[in-house]
Design a protein around this ligand. Structure first.
Ligand code: SF4
Length: 113
């Protein structure tokens, strides 16, 4: 089995009862245990805020539409967790591929589970 086969598929992670794919084609997978509260995500996206109680980030909507895609991709790209790979993952539900930050460059889910 290759390393790629070992990675979980995005569709295996998180809620399966989300809104219809054509309404919200993208979903967020948040590796909250890797967040260290840098706050960059909240600076660039309204979908992210800092939870004052935990000091960590919190996402508003796990399922997002085209209109919210750009800011969430930016949040994924600016997140400095995991030595810059980031702990915010934006997935295209239609292709089941990670579109950001995609550090492997192949659309596989870049979680450390
Ligand atoms: S940018 Fe990343 S590490 Fe910083 S608060 Fe947001 S999710 Fe956490």
């Amino acid at each position: 089995m290759s390393e790629t086969d070992d990675r979980p598929r995005p569709s295996e992670v998180g809620s399966s009862d989300g809104p219809p794919v054509d309404e919200k084609p993208y979903k967020i997978i948040f590796e909250a245990n890797k967040c260290f509260g840098a706050g960059k995500c909240a600076e660039v996206s309204d979908n992210w805020e800092m939870d004052l109680a935990t000091g960590l980030a919190r996402v508003d909507s796990y399922f997002i539409g085209e209109d919210e895609l750009e800011e969430n991709v930016r949040a994924a790209e600016v997140c400095p967790a995991k030595k810059g790979d980031g702990c915010i993952h934006v997935v295209d539900r239609r292709t089941d591929e990670e579109i950001a930050p995609d550090p492997h460059g192949d659309g596989t889910l870049s979680v450390d589970w």
